[in-house]
Design a protein around this ligand. Structure first.
Ligand SMILES: *Cc1c(COP(=O)(O)O)cnc(C)c1O
Length: 333
């Protein structure tokens, strides 16, 4: 099975070595509260403690460190205003390259400032994410910048897979691993790593009911578009790309199930993370905890839930802690 995958265990081990001095090895802790609740050992992989606040730094760092010298000199480019943009800005600067992050005029100033603070050039263009992506394509064509996509890229998937290796090292007995799922770079990498080592491990993808593009695509048997909606799990928004090359087939071949969470369930996951585990987690990072609390996971053996990020608007976070069950409406997610 693993020999036919576009990203192999070997690729992931090499990525893990390549990035090892630039990313944190994040802790795994046992959650006594969740273990008691579900009746088996539950471990939390605290990846929200990663530099830049999410696992995206792993893939971005592997991509940047895989560049040839002349590519590194030309610089990298992406259109993400969220965790991938942050990660790529940081990774490029740390490696002595430059990131250009393209974003639309509608992106709020605090997000723009954060990406600038991390050392990236920011290009403000157009009025939508699609306009920003067109600018990425232009910079690749005209200026020779190297595009680093957020998930559908072998270097990025291999980098995210390093997280799977850490899960295995710290918790080799894991029988079920809960992975937040959007474009599927994280799930593809983690599943490729863990299933190559132990084909019996169950990997469950978790995402929000609102705009679950990978779930809809898996059901349709091909990448499809879905309507985007406001969600607590804003980092799980966006499609899988109609011309998806890698993550759609990897998720189809490697995931045992995809479970959907409602907004109140995601909010309950964030509240549990904060009030019981004492961790600030963004909605996308809380879906594993949410699924366990909601009783949506068939429990077999020790469970590991990956807490994937912490970059939540603190006003939003406060409202969730105070009991909100639907996200505050914003102009741009
Ligand atoms: C990007 C992201 C995800 C989803 O990762 P994919 O590789 O797109 O599936 C989950 N959680 C957080 C915090 C993210 O930033």
């Amino acid at each position: 099975m693993t020999t036919s995958l576009p990203v192999s265990l070997r690729d992931i081990i090499l990525a893990s070595e390549r990035i090892s001095r630039r990313v944190r090895k994040t802790p795994i802790i046992r959650s006594d509260a969740l273990s008691e609740r579900v009746g088996t050992a539950v471990y939390l992989k605290l990846e929200h403690q990663q530099i830049t606040g999410s696992f995206k730094l792993r893939g971005a760092t592997n991509a940047v460190l895989s560049l040839k010298a002349e590519e590194k000199a030309r610089g990298v480019v992406a259109a993400s205003t969220g965790n991938h943009g942050r990660a790529l800005a940081y990774a490029a600067k740390a490696a002595g390259s430059t990131a250009t992050i393209c974003m639309s005029r509608l992106v709020p100033e605090n997000k723009v400032a954060e990406i600038r603070r991390l050392g990236a050039n920011v290009r403000i263009i157009g009025r939508s994410q699609d306009d920003a992506q067109l600018e990425v394509d232009r910079l690749v064509q005209d200026d020779g910048l190297v595009a680093v996509p957020p998930f559908d890229d072998a270097r990025v998937i291999a980098g995210q897979g390093s997280l799977g290796l850490e899960v295995f090292k710290d918790c080799p007995e894991a029988a079920t691993v809960l992975v937040p799922l959007s474009g599927g770079g994280l799930a593809s990498g983690v599943a490729a790593a863990l299933k190559a080592i132990n084909p019996d491990v169950r990997i469950i993808g978790l995402t929000m009911e609102r705009g679950a593009a990978m779930k809809a695509s898996l059901e349709a048997g091909r990448p499809v578009e879905v309507q985007e909606e406001e969600s607590f799990a804003d980092s799980l928004g966006g499609g899988v790309g109609l011309d998806n090359q890698l993550t759609f087939s990897m998720c189809r071949d490697l995931l045992d199930d995809v479970v959907l969470l409602s907004e109140p369930e995601i909010a309950a996951g964030m509240r549990h993370a904060y009030c019981v585990e004492r961790e600030v987690i963004e909605g996308a990072g809380a879906v594993g905890v949410a699924a366990l609390l909601a009783g949506k996971i068939e429990i077999t053996g020790p469970v590991v839930a990956i807490l994937s990020g912490r970059n939540v608007d603190m006003e939003q976070h406060r409202s969730v802690i105070n009991g909100a069950t639907a996200p505050i409406r914003k102009d741009v997610a």
